[in-house]
Design a binder for this molecule. Structure first.
Ligand code: AMP
Ligand code: GLY
Length: 426
């Protein structure tokens, strides 16, 4: 099969690496890709949201399947774009339709969906400019901490947890009255703060059936011990030790199954990954958020543990044959550690030469590229998150130590990574 993978981060390198191992993969293109995906296939200089160009490229190269990594093209309707054109409707597109992608694209939509299908989540109310005063009153009477969420996509920055009432009111005003998050903040969800441990659960659905993929936990804060500002993710572990069979059974029956059934009932076409951002509150799972795609850096630990042929899985998804598939998972633990540019998640420089990439290959580890670029014959930094190193081990400690060791052999100006990924489970 001829495959086009859309995106260009660590998640896409991990997907490209896995697709490359598929016996069904004849040719792989990645748009736009990075210096790592270039090792697995051919990078194409088209952005993930340039639908016309992507469609033309697919026709020119006779692409059979398009796999979409990031949320932006999905929320903007890449699935519908391909399905509505007679020239491209035959191409399998892995991802939800535009309407179904609202599960990630609109927090208010997701909350209303969960409410209607009795899926456990924090209690909430939504506000816009038209009921702003009611919102102020709601926040005044809400127990602390209180969580404010911009409705739309806000580059991972749209959630504010306020421990102080004045701060909550000020933020509410900034988001609604002063458009702090632009269009994304026209509607705000104000919700209950849930205290617990987070876990990412991934289901692949064909719209009728689903299979569960390995679960993972990511580490969002930049500093050791989960301190400092939020990032896109500094590392991840899979599986998550506390998620035993009893917990996962609750996740399946109370969350995954009602979600898949609800999508079907609401006629929301969905052939792709549902990413459940969950929190365990005294061993009871609640949904914090839905995403309509794989996580990053979770993919870098989830995908290497899947033993099935990924392309076979995705074709079965597109053909609504997931009921025929049995998922096989590697029992080993995987830990990934992300190396970022100095200053990230605030200002950082790019274009720094990365050294030691070739010498540091050790069996049991894989280097995935996130923000990298090839310039002449050198690989240089091109983003906040630069490299993501995944290692396997019998324990989290063993795998984490190996990833850390690998990163110590690599150098670029300003390199920083957390040495404590998985710390609470060691
Ligand atoms: P999100 O952008 O929805 O992933 O939210 C970012 C982060 O905010 C989550 O990963 C959680 O750590 C935290 N968060 C969001 N909603 C809540 C909540 N209701 N209670 C506690 N923490 C939350
Ligand atoms: N690691 C969280 C995300 O991909 O949204």
């Amino acid at each position: 099969m001829k495959i086009l993978l859309v995106g260009g981060g660590g998640r896409e390198h991990a997907l490209a690496w896995k697709i490359r191992h598929s016996h069904l993969c004849e040719q792989l293109f990645i748009a736009p890709g990075n210096a790592g995906t270039d090792l697995c296939g051919e990078n194409v200089d088209i952005k993930a949201t340039e639908f016309d160009k992507l469609a033309d490229f697919c026709l020119e190269k006779e692409i059979d399947i398009v796999i979409v990594g990031p949320e932006e093209p999905l929320v903007k309707g890449i699935y519908d774009f391909f399905k509505k054109k007679s020239s491209t409707e035959h191409i399998h597109v892995i991802g939800p339709s535009k309407d179904a992608a609202q599960l990630e694209g609109s927090k208010a939509f997701a909350k209303e969906f969960m409410h209607r299908y009795n899926i456990p989540t924090a209690t909430y109310k939504e506000f816009t400019l038209s009921n702003y005063e009611e919102g102020v009153e709601y926040i005044r009477n809400h127990p602390l901490p209180v969580v404010l969420k911009a409705d739309g996509l806000a580059a991972g920055k749209g959630v504010i947890i306020c421990t102080n009432r004045l701060e909550a009111l000020a933020e509410f005003e900034l988001i609604i009255q002063r458009a702090k998050f632009g269009e994304a903040g026209k509607r705000v969800v104000v919700e209950q703060f849930l205290e617990g441990i987070e876990i990412s659960v991934f289901a692949l659905t064909d719209g009728i059936n689903y299979v569960l993929l390995p679960n993972a936990k990511d580490y969002k804060r930049v500093g050791v011990g989960d301190t400092g500002p939020n990032t896109g993710g500094m590392g991840a572990v899979s599986p998550v030790p506390f998620a035993d069979d009893v917990f996962m059974e609750k996740v399946k029956t109370r969350i995954v199954e009602p979600t898949v059934t609800g999508l079907k009932k609401d006629k929301l076409e969905y052939k792709g990954i549902i990413f459940f951002g969950l929190i365990s509150v005294k061993d009871e799972p609640y949904v914090i958020e839905y995403n309509c795609r794989f996580g990053d850096p979770e993919t870098e630990v989830v995908v290497p543990r899947i033993k099935n042929d990924l392309v076979e899985l995705l074709v079965a998804t597109s053909q609504q044959r997931l009921n025929e598939i049995k998922i096989e998972i590697d029992e080993q633990t995987a830990v990934t550690v992300v190396a970022v540019s100095g200053g990230y998640p605030d200002g950082y420089q790019t274009g720094k030469v990365i050294e030691g990439l070739d010498d540091s290959i050790i069996e049991g580890s894989i280097i995935f590229h996130s923000g990298t670029q090839k310039v002449d014959d050198k690989v240089v930094t091109a983003g906040g998150r630069v490299l993501t190193v995944t290692s396997f081990g019998d324990t989290i400690r063993e795998a984490a130590e190996q990833s850390t060791y690998m990163l110590e052999q690599i150098y670029f100006d300003g390199i920083y990574f957390r040495e404590d990924i998985g710390y609470e489970f060691k």
